[in-house]
Design a protein around this ligand. Sequence first.
Ligand code: SAH
Ligand code: SF4
Length: 354
Amino acid sequence: MQETLIKTDKLIPLSGLSKRQIAKIIKEDLGWESFRTEQIHNWIYVKSSNNISEWTDLSLDKRQLLAEKVKIPLLKTAVREISKKDKTEKYLFELEDGQLIEAVLMSFEDRDNLTACISSQVGCAIGCPFCATGKLGFKRNLSSSEIIDQVMNIQRIKNCKIDNLVFMGQGEPLHNFQNLLTAISTLRDSVGIGARHITVSTSGLIPQIKELGKTKIPLNLAVSLHSANQAVREKLVPIAKQYNLFHLMLALKEYFENTNRRITFEYTLLKDINDSEEAARALGDLVRDLPFPCLINLIPYNSTGGEFRRPDREVVQRFKTIVERSGRKVTVRVTLGSDISAACGQLANKFNAQ
Ligand code: SAH
Ligand code: SF4
């Protein structure tokens, strides 16, 4: 697997690394004995400490040298906002090159666990017209360390353990494929979040979906469908012009055969665009006969300040009932953190999009 270590201002980044990557720094940059790897890995991931002065199983000299040579953490927490409506928290992180990304921490009342929604890119190249990140355009990929450091920073600041991760923040995770895989491997091995607790959401990049399946990592895959009609979908998810619905479903079948994981379809409901009864029937028809298990998650549109509108509650319910006739499970996503622009698709709203 390709290793991505970004060295800036001559400091070696020590956050968000795998044990193997830490071992490389210990050996090549510091020339220390190999058992130091375990100690440093332990401080970072088990004790969640980024304060080198408290790494007391290293001598004072070693701690001083380390403090001069390495950088930890990688991300600066610029803003932390806590919702007044629910327990959602939004974090704005500043990267070393000054770019900003966001992550959201959610807790659901009916479940006793924490889910973090994290970013995989700065901006996004897909350009879905209803999404705040799409409007930013693509800036750059995040390194695997920057992906992991979002999780570590939240855990440290909130003093908590994150149970579930969703790649539903900024960016198209499968456009940053190699760094995503490296990050997932460290999230499993070092941070302790199992693949079954990680969801990757994609706009539907067929070659990468197939590649991901071939890794046989038992991740949850969520696919942003938004319409069962090819022409409508092309308007909502521009990459659909390249990867049509028929081939997408074939790729998902292959993904299921490789991983044995149920697929989630996300469907953002936009008033008068994709929320008609006919659209619901088309979606029901599409999912009814698919040769793999799937779940449909309806997301009532969250405002991003454009011309799109959220359908009325009754329309959402009617849509759900019609799709349920397919025999597939249908859920409606609850809107969390809307007062701090932390709901789906609102990321990048307040800070970046000016
Ligand atoms: N780029 C990935 C993951 C990030 S977005 C993807 O598109 O799948 C997570 C989900 O929120 C996607 O299904 C996305 O289409 C949806 N979404 C984006 N903007 C939204 C908005 N304003 N309201 C509701 N859902 C939105
Ligand atoms: Fe990118 Fe996803 Fe937003 Fe589309 S919905 S622009 S793929 S982040």
